[in-house]
Unconditional design. Structure first.
Length: 132
């Protein structure tokens, strides 16, 4: 249990554990784990509560149902896993601008959050484009 209390993990250990989780995911469900479909489904949940007729008529949601499945629970688990990790390592301070970013790009929160948002958008676009 000592490894769970470390502030940082070896990237090799974390990568090996993620690889084992991936193999287990494929073995048990026949699918790779991922998050981009879940984010689209979550958007479908929100839109369904506002305009259910629009979601019912979208071709994408005829193929990918707006449901809570194991991938949705995986994404929720990532959130709770991150919170548990912070709690176990006693890292309770949220950092708006990490020191590495500040040293390279400055201390601007707006610049940091804008870059994070745009980077997330590019990542999500690429994942959805690849049907991931």
């Amino acid at each position: 249990m000592d490894i769970l209390r470390k502030k940082t993990w070896s990237p090799y250990t974390a990568g090996a554990l993620a690889g084992l989780l991936l193999v287990l995911s494929v073995f048990l469900t026949g699918k790779y784990f991922g998050a981009s479909t879940t984010f689209v489904r979550a958007a479908g949940f929100v839109e369904q509560s506002v305009a259910p007729e629009r979601v019912a008529g979208m071709a994408y949601f005829l193929k990918e149902k707006v449901i809570v499945d194991w991938q949705f629970l995986f994404v929720v688990g990532v959130l709770f896993g991150a919170l548990a990790s912070a709690w176990l390592s006693k890292e309770k301070r949220a950092v708006a601008v990490p020191p590495m970013w500040e040293g390279r790009f400055g201390a601007s929160r707006v610049r940091r959050w804008t870059a994070a948002f745009l980077g997330g958008g590019v990542l999500m676009f690429g994942a959805r484009l690849a049907d991931g």
